[in-house]
Design a protein. Sequence first.
Length: 150
Amino acid sequence: MLEEMLHSDDFNALMKKNAHDIAELLLKRGINFSILTNISDVTFDPALPPHISKNFKSITMFFLAGYTFESTQISDNYISFEAGFGTDNFGSLVSVPLEAILQIIVEEIPIFINLGTPLKVQNKSVEEKGIKRSMDALMSNPQNQKLLKK
């Protein structure tokens, strides 16, 4: 029953709306935050050079502060921002689908955790959908790693 709800269009739409509303509130209040997402869902314009993109992990955190924070825009479907990468500070417009945001983090504390299962993830095996995705998202935050080691 839980699996059905997590895969439902209604629940995924709610998670997407919550991600949108929370990010919008943080931007409005001027609060820096991070987003955690699967790098495979992210687009870069222009595309990053291979020597930069090869260093990304499958679950990647983007910290929105300074110019990156100021350039952040939210639409109905995406959060996008400008960021510099690598030692040369290669500039690119980063776009992340709202439903692909796994966590929103403020001061190292997750304030939003997306339990929904976007369409790409729904096509994978049940084990990958549930346990692996949740554990990867949880363990990608260093604070969570500390809690589990105690």
